[in-house]
Design a protein around this ligand. Sequence first.
Ligand SMILES: Nc1nc2c(ncn2[C@@H]2O[C@H](COP(=O)(O)OP(=O)(O)OP(=O)(O)O)[C@@H](O)[C@H]2O)c(=O)[nH]1
Ligand SMILES: [Zn+2]
Length: 196
Amino acid sequence: MAERDGVTAVDQPRIEAAVREILLAIGENPDRDGLQETPARVARAYAEFFSGLHEDAADILSTTFDIGHSELVLVKDIPFYSTCEHHLVPFHGVAHVGYIPGDEGKVTGLSKLARTVDLFARRPQVQERLTTQVAEALVDHLNPLGVIVVVEAEHMCMSMRGVKKPGAKTVTSAVRGALRDGATRAEAMSLIMSKH
Ligand SMILES: Nc1nc2c(ncn2[C@@H]2O[C@H](COP(=O)(O)OP(=O)(O)OP(=O)(O)O)[C@@H](O)[C@H]2O)c(=O)[nH]1
Ligand SMILES: [Zn+2]
């Protein structure tokens, strides 16, 4: 499990040393009671936040079944947490991931779509790249007729600092293959936007 989460691939002692430096730089005392364990805690947290750097979507999406389903499969409202690569603060929201299986009717397990979102979210990211990478992974590993990925997120770098606009939502999409077609795309979007 530790290896799958990439924990072994993140240099935690190096993060600990860096966090101690940050605490000193902000004028804190890293040796006071409440902070003594903080560098180690942050190192463990970062190992989770960035575990996706050391994982490959092929390992997730190689579990497929041929069930002859040839129409849209859509998993909506997949919650995710990612880290903005500009400020290293979170952005979070939901991803909607849909695809039309290819001619051979190859589908993957529904949980694998959510795992794919997590894999790319657990990297220093921008929302556009997260969206594109999920779509491209499905194209590469499922050979589908079409893919649609829509991501809605709030960026803490816009909420708690800088422009300070809490509640502002950013929506990005990546659409490939048959789902680029007007009617098919409109049907998928209406399913994504419906509240049911
Ligand atoms: N396109 C895109 N921009 C992002 C994302 N996350 C953060 N940003 C933006 O990245 C930009 C970085 O701008 P800079 O001017 O280099 O940094 P800054 O001085 O901290 O900018 P402000 O946030 O405006 O204070 C900001 O406008 C952020 O809102 C993202 O996922 N996608
Ligand atoms: Zn940011």
